[in-house]
Design a protein around this ligand. Structure first.
Ligand SMILES: [Zn+2]
Ligand SMILES: [Zn+2]
Length: 342
């Protein structure tokens, strides 16, 4: 029996759990550790039984709970070397400050947990940090600039957890992980009885990937965060029982919406996000129709509406009579989706 639960999907945090009879992996950890665990339990998945965390790319909404969760559970993180390097680079302060100061600075004013206040100025000094680059740290790399640029609730929750952890263990390297396993796009690997194939996706991150999971004869593909549907991705999405596909924005809503033009361009670019229209185009013309479940994911809060995404995909599938068996589901930001059992 294979199960998949989308714990969260959208620009504020992404995470999905895939389980076989003996193995459980978390794909991305874009919520705080506490929220991830809460949602896992609600979905009937014990966090303590997780075998590994897999990361698609280093944007905050995919990694902000990664380190705390991996350390708490003592499990390895699987990612590509460029993704790991990009994350470590971002985690490493550019000038000599304490980890607590750095976190507070990153998250902006007003974000200081009680633990941080009690420990400010003590410990948590990071050694070996010498840097001649400009002292201003770059903003957190994100999937898209939704909202007003302020940290959202989940980002704050994840940062507060990290601050509390640093207050308890001030000498800890914030970029330390229990174990790191590198994979490369195109090279399959196994975790327990789940075979995993990572594939390259076009997105503005260091080395972004999607995944195909195979266990017990069931094939699950996750393809979100892609600016368009290249043929190498379409090939990976063949023969799937579950297809999780990005349906990020409605092109008109994005174009007419409040974002600055630079942000609109980034989202619409070849390394941005898949629109409802592009997802529908793939479902109508490029998709083999074999999936029992099609999950629309990474919907934009500001530039999409669930019904628009659903209608667009339904229309694409309706024209193909053979696809009546496809169940269309929408992944949500604020609560886990119903568990798919195959
Ligand atoms: Zn994303
Ligand atoms: Zn991204």
């Amino acid at each position: 029996m294979v199960r998949m639960t989308v714990l969260a999907s959208g620009s504020k945090g992404n995470s999905t759990i895939v389980s076989s009879a003996t193995t459980r992996v978390l794909v991305d950890a874009g919520l705080s550790c506490r929220e991830l665990m809460k949602r896992m339990r609600a979905a009937g998945e014990e966090p303590e039984a997780l075998n590994a965390i897999l990361i698609t790319h280093e944007h905050q909404d995919h990694v902000q709970g990664m380190a705390v969760t991996a350390r708490k559970l003592g499990i390895p993180v699987y990612l590509t070397e460029p993704t790991h390097r990009a994350w470590v680079r971002w985690m490493t302060p550019r000038k000599r400050i304490t980890y607590l100061e750095w976190l507070a600075q990153r998250q902006g004013a007003g974000l200081r947990s009680q633990g941080a206040e009690g420990n400010n100025g003590q410990g948590a000094e990071l050694a070996q940090v010498t840097d001649s680059r400009k002292p201003d740290d770059p903003p957190a790399p994100r999937c898209s600039a939704e909202g007003n640029g302020e940290p959202d609730a989940e980002e704050r929750a994840a940062a507060e957890e990290a601050i509390a952890e640093a207050a308890r263990e001030p000498q800890k390297d914030p970029a330390a992980l229990p174990a790191v396993e590198y994979f490369r796009a195109g090279n399959g690997f196994r975790i327990g009885d789940i075979a995993i194939t990572p594939f390259t996706i076009p997105h503005d991150a260091a080395d972004p990937v999607g995944f195909v999971f195979e266990a017990d004869g069931v094939r699950i593909a996750i393809a979100t965060d892609l600016g368009y549907m290249p043929s190498n991705v379409a090939v990976q999405l063949r023969g799937c029982d579950v297809l999780m596909l990005e349906s990020n924005h409605d092109v008109d809503m994005l174009r007419d919406g409040p974002y600055p033009w630079s942000v609109k361009q980034r989202v619409m670019s070849r390394v941005g996000h898949l629109s409802n229209h592009a997802a529908a185009e793939f479902l109508a013309k490029g998709y083999d129709g074999g999936a029992a479940y099609v999950v629309l994911a990474h919907l934009s809060e500001n530039n999409n509406m669930p019904e628009l995404a659903r209608i667009s995909a339904e229309q694409a599938l309706r024209d193909r009579m053979s696809l009546l068996a496809n169940h269309l589901l929408l992944a949500e930001q604020d609560r886990p989706m119903e568990t798919i059992v195959l």
